[in-house]
Write a protein that binds this ligand. Structure first.
Ligand code: ADP
Length: 190
C-alpha cells in the first residue's frame, strides 16, 4: 500500500499531475473536488447540501468531507494505494486521515507539495475557466478559494513536515518536467 497526498493551492496542477501518477503507478485517484462536483451533477442529497458552498469558493465542513472520503476509500479494498487530491485541506482532516489509515494498518507515505506563485495560479485559472465553465473559477470566487487556502489549508503543510513526509516540487514549468521530478520523489519512497 502506497498513499500519496498531492498538496498545493487551487490551480497548482494537482489534477493534471494526479492523472499522470495514476497511469504510471496504478494508484486510485481520490479527488474530493471531483466527488463533490459529481454529487452536484447527480443532484444527490449531499450534492444539494454542498452546491452553494462550492459555488462560493468556501470549504465544505470537515464532517461531511471526511465521511465522504472514507466511504470512497472503503469502495476500493484492493487498491495498491491512493492519491489524495484536494484532501486533507484542514488540520482536522489530516488528523482524521491519519487515524483512519492507521486503523487499517496503513499511513500517508509521501506528501508532494506543488509550489506555485499566486500570479501563476490566477493566470492558469483564468485560462481554465474558458473551458471548464466552473462557477468557482470566476475571479471573485477564485480569490475566496485562495483565501481559504492561506487561512486553513496551508497549516496542513507543517503538520506533515513535522512527520518528515513533505517533498516540495516546483510546480511552474513544463508538465513533463514537473512529472519527472514527481516520479523521482515517488521512486525514492515507493
Ligand atoms: P481546486 O484545487 O481547483 O481549488 P477542487 O476541485 O479540489 O479545486 O475543489 C473544489 C471545491 O470543492 C473547493 O473550493 C471546496 O469548496 C470543495 N472541497 C474540495 N475538497 C475539499 C476538502 N478537502 N474540504 C473542504 N472542501 C473541499
Amino acid at each position: 500500500m502506497f498513499n500519496l497526498v498531492i498538496f498545493g493551492p487551487p490551480g497548482a496542477g494537482k489534477g493534471t499531475q494526479s492523472e499522470k501518477i495514476i497511469d504510471k503507478y496504478n494508484l486510485v485517484h481520490l479527488s474530493t473536488g471531483d466527488m463533490f462536483r459529481s454529487h452536484i451533477t447527480n443532484d444527490t442529497e449531499l450534492g444539494k447540501k454542498v452546491k452553494e458552498i462550492l459555488a462560493d469558493g468556501k470549504l465544505v465542513p470537515d464532517s461531511i468531507t471526511i465521511s465522504m472520503l472514507e466511504e470512497e476509500v472503503q469502495k476500493n479494498p484492493n487498491a495498491k494505494g491512493f492519491i489524495f487530491d484536494g484532501f486533507p485541506r484542514t488540520v482536522p482532516q489530516a488528523e482524521a486521515l491519519d487515524a483512519f489509515l492507521e486503523g487499517k494498518g496503513f499511513k500517508v507515505d509521501l506528501v508532494l507539495q506543488l509550489d506555485v506563485t499566486q500570479d501563476v495560479i490566477k493566470a492558469r485559472i483564468a485560462e481554465r475557466q474558458k473551458v471548464s465553465g466552473r462557477a468557482d473559477d470566476d475571479a471573485e470566487k477564485l480569490l475566496k478559494r485562495i483565501d481559504e487556502y492561506f487561512d486553513k489549508t496551508i497549516h496542513v503543510l507543517p503538520y506533515y513536515q513535522n512527520q518528515g513526509k513533505v517533498t516540495t516540487i516546483n510546480g511552474v514549468g513544463e508538465i513533463e518536467t514537473i512529472f519527472g521530478q514527481i516520479s523521482e520523489a515517488i521512486d525514492a519512497k515507493y
